[in-house]
Ligand binder design. Structure first.
Ligand SMILES: Cc1cc2nc3c(=O)[nH]c(=O)nc-3n(C[C@H](O)[C@H](O)[C@H](O)COP(=O)(O)O)c2cc1C
Length: 361
């Protein structure tokens, strides 16, 4: 019998990935200063396509210049970025994977530079935090347009789809948060108003691309200590609206996918989302998935595919090897040399030193 992880994943627009193992979006700081793709980033992603991942997703890539979150970020806001995305799509396709770009804006967490000294968001920051501007309606509208332009730009060079980064406290998530979003106009207050930005971005992107282009959204289902104002039932409602608006998949970022929901401790988030969403919209889960058993447990809970982050860094060929009897994935800490052998460049390796116990010195 075919391993369920290796059964093709079909989206509602008819596009199919060869299996249900997805490379999670991972920032690697390796792009050029102007946001164009570097050879190092290409090599990292291509190695995961070669290793059998059904979907290769890029790191978060900013859709406007002022949305950049950190140095070395990949970008999709300008036609100068097209050549890199085209090269990446060709390389990833040559190995049989689909390529999804993660589109985002950092909002209040955007990188402070001489050109953009004060980032913006739904609301100003608390008095004891660094200054943040409150967005005008015009700025919000132009940012929606920038997301749609980025989707069109990527489709024009052969990328298969984009995922809107609505998780982890960046702009789209900031608007969703009942704590961070203190607006009283149509962009804040009720859930309908807080969800307006992510929905308008999806609708505008949908209108900008063909039906073949895959559009999905990543969401953080519930609050955590660093992410206030997210409620499970609200996120379920948002996800359901997004499916009505044309989302081809919903990706929930869990960090610890083995855990049940904080709000409903007897239930697993995958089961809760699967039950709430249309059956033809795949649900992807991510978070601490290392072994085939971990991944199968997610499918049992109701996920349609699993996204691997750190396990994919350590095991570029995880999907190709998962059916091997007794496959025991490598685990960190890994030496710099071992990471180099896994197609990580020196900048990415240095960045991984910030993740606890990942790089062995
Ligand atoms: C180095 C690194 C960079 C990450 N960058 C992003 C990112 O750009 N966008 C995003 O949505 N999540 C990002 N994440 C979160 C991962 O996509 C994933 O959800 C998380 O690492 C949990 O999965 P894992 O336990 O399989 O690593 C990053 C994680 C890591 C380890």
């Amino acid at each position: 019998m075919t391993n369920p992880l290796l059964v093709p994943l079909t989206f509602r627009n008819g596009r199919s990935a060869r299996n249900r193992v997805w490379l999670a979006p991972m920032t690697n700081m390796s792009s050029h200063a102007d946001g164009t793709l570097s050879d190092d980033e290409l090599a990292f992603l291509a190695a995961r396509a070669e290793g059998g991942f059904g979907i290769v997703e890029t790191c978060a890539a900013h859709v406007t210049r002022d949305g950049q979150g950190w140095a070395g970020a990949l970008a999709m806001f300008d036609d100068t970025h097209r050549a890199g995305w085209q090269r990446l799509a060709q390389e990833v396709h040559a190995h049989g994977s689909l390529l999804i770009g993660q589109a985002y804006h950092g909002g209040s967490r955007a990188y402070r530079s001489a050109d953009h000294p004060v980032p913006w968001s739904c609301s100003p920051a608390a008095p004891d935090e660094p200054e943040v501007r409150q967005a005008t309606p015009d700025l919000i509208e132009s940012t929606i347009q920038a997301f749609a332009d980025a989707a069109r730009r990527l489709e024009s060079v052969g990328v298969d789809g984009i995922e809107l980064h609505g998780a982890h406290g960046y702009l789209l998530c900031q608007f969703l948060s009942s704590v961070l979003n203190q607006r009283s106009d149509e962009w804040g207050g009720s859930l309908k108003n807080r969800a307006r930005l992510v929905r308008r971005v999806l609708q505008a992107s949908r209108a900008a691309v063909s039906d073949d282009f895959i559009l999905g959204v990543r969401l953080s289902p519930e609050s955590s200590s660093s992410l206030p104002g997210l409620d499970l039932d609200e996120t379920l409602q948002v996800a359901s609206w997004l499916c009505d608006d044309g989302a081809d998949f919903i990706h929930i970022s869990l960090w610890h996918a083995e855990n049940n929901s904080a709000k409903r401790p007897d239930e697993h988030p995958a089961r809760i989302f699967r039950d709430a969403l249309p059956h033809d919209v795949p649900l992807i889960t991510a978070g601490n998935i290392w072994t085939m058993e971990d991944a199968m447990a997610q499918l049992d809970y109701g996920a349609d595919a699993v996204a691997l982050g750190r396990a994919a860094i350590a095991n570029p060929d995880w999907p190709g090897r998962v059916i091997e009897q007794g496959f025991d994935p490598s685990r960190p800490p890994l030496t710099a040399r071992e990471l180099q052998e896994r197609a990580l460049g020196s900048v990415f390796i240095d960045y991984m030193r910030k993740w606890s116990d990942f790089v062995a010195d």
